[in-house]
Design a binder for this molecule. Sequence first.
Ligand code: 13P
Length: 342
Amino acid sequence: MNEKILIETASRLFADDKGLLAMDESNPTCNKRFAKLGIPQTVEARRSYRELIITAPGLAESISGVILYDETIRQQKKDGTPFLKILADAGIIPGIKVDTGAKDLAAHPGEKVTEGLDGLRNRLNEYFQMGARFAKWRAVLIIGEGIPSRSCIEANAHALARYAALCQEAGLVPIVEPEVLMDGGHTLERCRVVTEEVLRNVFVQLNCQRVLLEGIVLKPNMVLPGLTCPTQESEDEVANTTMKSLWRTVPAAVPGIAFLSGGQSAELASARLNMMNHRFKTQLPWALAFSFARAIQQPALEIWRGEEASVKSAQQVLLHRARCNRAARRGEYTQAMEKIGL
Ligand code: 13P
């Protein structure tokens, strides 16, 4: 394992208060989002949309790395320039989603386990040869009556750790993403308990599989009340509770934490990240950043809607969200930024 490469990549991903842009939706997920807006669900529409994102002028000012999907990492701009070349020229590090999705966990109704370990070593080597320097694997934990079960938490943590060890062997920094979903009516407190249990298990398994903690990126959920919970806590409480959970469970050797957005509105995701950095940044052992998909892309997607004429305005909105989140890393994001569209 080349520890130096891994540590360097991880540090570049968190440098200059930048963050990650997740644009690694699988084809079914991307198609679902397109369908809602009446965008054709074709290879060409997905390619055009990803071209819009990658060519947004000045994206690299706020974004250090993008997470791609297998289809996208092999694609080109309309003029034939490979996406990977555009990213390399801009100084943006390419990453790749390598799990093959969350599937039903046998004998555990309502629970999922993420698959993709078979043949992973070969796939990782191919992606490294192509130029990818980090990877992503997302585990999904659902809160409900009696779930997540211990066995679901352990199965997902074990798979995340096996994936992470294989990534490091191939020279790729693993993004370790255990996502406790926001869906449901559970309280903030329940999310806190589950998130802490999940993170504790993940780090036990990472250590067990001899993963170098200095060479990973943790991508957790923020600790939030369920979407339909009648009590929705303030940014302050969300920031406090999330920090408390991370402090208790994430070793100081981890270089950085890059939150997923998980279906929060774009503005709330920025405001909550900002609050955490504003209040705690100077006391933290790790960088606190973002690796958002929806909270960066969704407003732009809603403007683009598959129309060539809307590409420029969609790119402006995308860049705006990226800048807001960079400001949130510094604890300098304000509501005023949204009004004047800086
Ligand atoms: P969201 O920010 O939309 O939750 O997506 C992040 C991600 O990469 C999901 O795996």
